[in-house]
Design a protein around this ligand. Structure first.
Ligand code: ADP
Length: 270
């Protein structure tokens, strides 16, 4: 029976090692597949603006430069496409850093209201140009959260930019912070708009990189299709989740929770 036990153990070990090898290859396949898909997506996204720039510059160099009717227009179009390439590159660098774990959140005590007011200040001009009003209605005097300041600022910028881009003229944006009685350890941050909304079948997909409901609208607004993917990643690295509610035609609400750091409020640095 001693040798039987031995045999059982060897069998068990070999099963175990087979499983390990199988899992290893499965993981490798997945990361490899993911990488290939990502590179494919990126090449596709970069191609359009690069070829546009090339097309406009070629046309200009072949004589259009001397035509006062079109030269300014073509130069502007070429420049817009270069701007697009710059935003794409910036967003790609950001998402790559986050996905490779290079951008670990540096948790600190942050004064949320101050960050929200900064974000509003930096986007107010854009909002005014689109005839959109931003309202900040904190339910709390100030909420001190335990989070990475720059990353949360990035999350808010992406959400508020979207609320401007996918709004209607005379539209509104409401930003709020609430501490719910049922969850006193967290602060709930929400960005709500009175914009075009998102159909239920698209709700799940909007956080996928490069997914847009309306490609040409996103492009016209300077979108890259990466904003919400970045938001999702940042929140996940904070053990949080992006919640989206939307009514097509009347507006959307994006919200997330952050851990409160109230008992540390003596050491506030923000
Ligand atoms: P983009 O650069 O295209 O704005 P995002 O990742 O930020 O990329 O958003 C993905 C898509 O989700 C957008 O193209 C748009 O279709 C939709 N979307 C995002 N925010 C809103 C919003 N506030 N209202 C309606 N649609 C939105």
């Amino acid at each position: 029976s001693g040798s039987n036990d031995e045999l059982d153990r060897i069998l068990e070990l070999s099963k175990e090692s087979k499983k390990l090898v199988r899992d290893h290859f499965r993981n490798m396949d997945e990361t490899d597949h993911y990488r290939k898909e990502f590179i494919g997506d990126i090449s596709h996204e970069l191609k359009t603006p690069i070829f546009s720039v090339q097309g406009y510059l070629e046309t200009l160099s072949q004589g259009a430069l001397d035509d006062p009717k079109v030269n300014k227009l073509f130069l502007t179009k070429a420049m817009n496409n270069v701007d697009r390439l710059i935003s794409l590159t910036n967003d790609l660098m950001e998402i790559t850093k986050i996905e490779t774990g290079e951008l670990k959140p540096e948790l600190q005590i942050i004064a949320l209201n101050n960050i929200i007011n900064d974000v509003i200040d930096s986007l107010n001009y854009k909002a005014e140009q689109a005839q959109i009003t931003i309202r900040f209605q904190p339910k709390e005097v100030n909420s001190f959260a335990f989070a990475d300041r720059n990353q949360i600022r990035q999350v808010l910028i992406n959400l508020v930019e979207n609320a401007i881009k996918y709004n209607k003229p005379e539209g509104r944006i409401y930003i709020g912070t609430t501490i719910e009685k049922s969850d006193p350890e967290h602060v709930l941050v929400s960005v709500k708009d009175t914009g075009i909304g998102i159909e239920p079948e698209n709700l799940k997909r909007v956080t996928e990189r490069f997914y847009r409901v309306d490609k040409s609208r996103s492009r016209d607004q300077g979108g890259t299709g990466l904003g919400l993917a970045i938001v999702k990643h940042i929140l996940e690295s904070h053990n949080s989740q992006l919640q989206i509610k939307s009514k097509p035609g009347s507006g959307s609400q994006f919200s997330f929770k952050l851990k409160l750091a109230d008992h540390y409020s003596d050491h506030i640095s923000a």
